[in-house]
Design a binder for this molecule. Sequence first.
Ligand code: ZN
Length: 141
Amino acid sequence: MHYREVEGTREFVCRLETGRDWRGEIERLADEEGIDAAFFFGLGAVMDAEVWFYDQDDKEYREVVFDEPLEVATSVGNVSMLDGERFAHTHAVLSRRSSQALAGHLNAGTVFAGEVYVRAFDTDLQREYDETTELDLWFEH
Ligand code: ZN
């Protein structure tokens, strides 16, 4: 396990803009406010979603696209630095009209409405390639 203590006093509540990308909106906040590390959670609804599943054997993401209105029952994630850019790693549990749940790594989703809380930390978090998982994970410097 890698860990370190972080401190943060900056908190934000955000109403995401209709028609924008869910993850992109969080990255936009991070860029505007100079947030290099954060955790967030939120809820709302999207008009579509691109959900990724990481195949642990093939070490590749599998993409599933849902072109339908979905509730964002919950979304959690964090902000860190990936290849010099702020990246909002975002997961979500989405639900259909029937309330059936879909879940995974939310790469993209067109916002219908969204409410997000962000807790920013006074540090940065760097992602680097990890040979074991073949994912970009947090590394200490
Ligand atoms: Zn993920």
